[in-house]
Design a protein around this ligand. Structure first.
Ligand SMILES: [Zn+2]
Length: 137
């Protein structure tokens, strides 16, 4: 598929960050979306995997929310408020899961709950709460 120019692969300096950040997670910093290289390459191929498209949809929710609130305010709230951070992630996961569900696919919710309750998301929520909420989406 064709991607807009604001969507980038995590190359260059990203490689100096912990491997889980450069290879497993995507980030949105309005107006850009940064994707792990393998997901980016899959998306620009002729037959991208639904899982890759779902990641892009997740990041597009962040992009839209950052645009609406203003990236500066959004980023501050995201950093200082665990509640805001968790809520923003739930909104993004909701779109991701909705898309996968239509194709009879699922997301590994235990893994997502594990990540949300870890340093990756600055411990925004407990594992149990994350899993409960993700299951309700
Ligand atoms: Zn997210």
């Amino acid at each position: 598929m064709k991607l807009t120019t604001n969507v980038k692969a995590k190359t260059g300096l990203w490689k100096f960050l912990p491997k889980i950040i450069s290879t497993k997670t995507a980030q949105c910093v309005y107006p850009f979306i940064f994707l792990p290289e393998h997901i980016y390459k899959d998306l620009i191929s002729r037959t991208p995997k639904p899982e890759s498209i779902a990641v892009l949809l997740h990041e597009k929710v962040h992009l839209e929310r950052q645009k609406r609130k203003g990236i500066f305010l959004w980023a501050i709230l995201y950093i200082i408020s665990p509640k805001f951070r968790f809520n923003e992630e739930l909104l993004a996961f909701k779109e991701q899961i909705k898309y996968l569900k239509k194709l009879n696919l699922t997301l590994d919710l235990e893994l997502r709950a594990k990540r949300l309750s870890s340093w990756l998301y600055l411990w925004c929520v407990s594992y149990e709460k994350a899993l409960t909420k993700l299951k309700k989406l």
